[in-house]
Design a protein around this ligand. Structure first.
Ligand code: SF4
Length: 359
């Protein structure tokens, strides 16, 4: 495996609120590799988008602070760069596709102008070259009659086509890394599949590192190479897509997988995770998931779980900074059960369960 394009290490972010400081990220680690897709999954409020915005340098300055960690790109820490250097990285090396295309696009400017705007300024393209670039990118992302529609406005496009315009905007700078933040949430299932296929095709053609942020485990099954599962500002499990789908180690991952709708379960109640994520301003002691976890036991109340490698001689140790992508079958997990895990990842709960029986 080659070196990571981007490495996030022990990233910590706090927001200033009327109720005092609130921890949004509590030590996030992940790597993004060329030509691979990392899916970051978890419920709303788990910290997926905050991590992406911290990478992009788009956190609100007045209300947020990065309190620790590093975001390494090409041997440089983005967090220690000047504002202008950071701006150069944004767009040129890392680009982001936002969830809501309608609010991300300017309603009074033609889409072609918006697609080529960044490239026009950075590469000093004249009007004709910028227009041709926009047409080419619209073609690449599958917008029909691109030449005729390059001067059209966002409201003249459907939701799926607007999302393609956003992807074209992101590609205009030829980035090494593309972060797609819930790019298909507002779309129907057919268009969702088309956009996901488009993203993965473009990634393969351009050998980009793709970070796909989603709350939907069903979306990542055919898309991701690696999966990082986030809960309450931490990564609770991370591993290859195959390993996580075949043998999830963390109870939260298991619950997310159980809640994927399946045709064979038609007519039955879809399993849901009980309760809701805790208020970040009032996290429970010990494991943040313990109030919803069916396998919680006494230690989960007092001790925050340490991230551990499963099926690895380093069990019990936090991952070293240059840890490669987990191989098939290997994964990280933050759960007390994992310290007792068998080599195949099956955990054995201790006595004194406090949240119900084992699955
Ligand atoms: Fe958290 Fe304990 Fe459940 Fe593991 S078993 S997820 S540590 S509550």
């Amino acid at each position: 495996m080659t070196d990571a394009l981007l490495s996030v290490r022990d990233l910590r972010v706090q927001f200033r609120t009327r109720r005092g400081p609130v921890t949004a990220l509590d030590g996030v680690d992940y790597d993004v590799y060329a030509g691979r897709t990392l899916a970051v999954v978890g419920e709303s409020g788990s910290g997926k988008s905050v991590t992406a915005r911290a990478i992009m340098g788009l956190l609100p300055r007045r209300t947020s602070t990065v309190t620790g960690g590093r975001i390494m790109l090409g041997g440089r820490d983005l967090l220690s760069m000047s504002k202008s250097a950071r701006q150069a990285v944004r767009g040129e090396r890392i680009a982001m596709v936002f969830q809501d295309a309608l609010s991300a696009l300017n309603p009074v400017l033609p889409v072609g102008f918006q697609i080529s705007e960044g490239a026009r300024k950075r590469r000093h393209l004249d009007r004709r070259a910028a227009r041709q670039l926009a047409v080419d990118l619209m073609d690449q992302v599958g917008i029909p009659a691109a030449k005729a529609r390059v001067g059209a406005f966002p409201h003249e496009f459907s939701g799926g086509m607007r999302q393609r315009v956003l992807i074209a905007m992101a590609l205009a700078q030829d980035p090494e890394i593309l972060i797609a933040d819930e790019p298909t949430t507002a779309l129907d299932v057919t268009i969702q599949a088309q956009i996901l296929r488009l993203l993965t095709d473009l990634q393969a053609q351009r050998q980009m590192g793709l970070v796909l942020i989603t709350h939907d485990m069903g979306v990542v099954a055919n898309t991701a190479d690696e999966i990082a599962v986030m809960y309450c500002g931490r990564i609770v499990e991370q591993g290859s897509c195959g390993a996580i789908f075949e043998s999830p180690a963390h109870p939260y991952t298991q619950a997310l997988l159980d809640s994927i709708p399946r045709p064979e379960l038609r007519g039955t109640l879809l399993p849901a995770i009980p309760g809701s994520p805790p208020d970040p301003a009032h996290r429970p002691s010990g494991c943040s998931f313990r109030t919803r976890c069916p396998r919680a036991f006494a230690a989960c109340v007092d001790e925050p779980p340490v991230v551990r490698w499963l099926e690895d001689p380093r069990v019990g140790q936090p991952p070293p900074a240059a840890e490669p992508v987990p191989a098939a079958g290997q994964r990280l997990s933050a759960c007390h059960l994992c310290v007792r895990a068998e080599p195949n990842g099956a955990g054995t709960a201790g006595g004194g369960a406090i949240g119900g029986g084992a699955r």
